[in-house]
Ligand binder design. Sequence first.
Ligand code: IMP
Ligand code: MG
Length: 176
Amino acid sequence: MRSQPKPGILFTRDEIEVTVKSLAAEIKRDYQGRHPLLIGVLKGSFVFMADLIRLLDFPLEVEFIRLSSYGRAMESSGKIKVVQGLRAKVIGRDVLVIEDIVDTGLAISFLLDYLRKKKPASLKLCALTDKPSRRQVPVTIDYLGFTVPNKFIVGYGIDWDEKFRYLPDICTLEDE
Ligand code: IMP
Ligand code: MG
């Protein structure tokens, strides 16, 4: 385990702003008038979700769900469960899941299966980042912000052991 990881910028706040605007434009085009339910996956998606919904100026609902997390590890254990559930009903809704990063794909495919069983009218995924080099299960990302290299990333809501969420840019962790 690295002792003193140091963040280096991968995508700047300006690049993030441009990308979030274009994702919002796509989502608005597809969901306007459908009163979608946007489900943010805690905690990593909260900054992205906050920026995204302020660009979606039409009626929608916001919910959050929390899955068991990595803790201190940089690797997914592969055993995923819901640790904080939904209050809104999913049945018959147009559901759009908002995720920070799709890495192995294990967490999001678990969540999409979990939500599919609740019979939404539609179910799509919006991910800020994708690390395709690490994929273990296939995942369709309907709205994608950035493809990232096979490095651990932090910032813009994304953490390493609860650290670095506050960084305004998306960074990689480098050893000191
Ligand atoms: P997956 O199940 O391997 O696709 O990853 C699930 C979750 O692990 C993601 O939603 C993130 O919250 C977290 N995660 C994966 N890769 C990274 C990373 O590079 N930095 C921070 N968190 C990550
Ligand atoms: Mg996550």
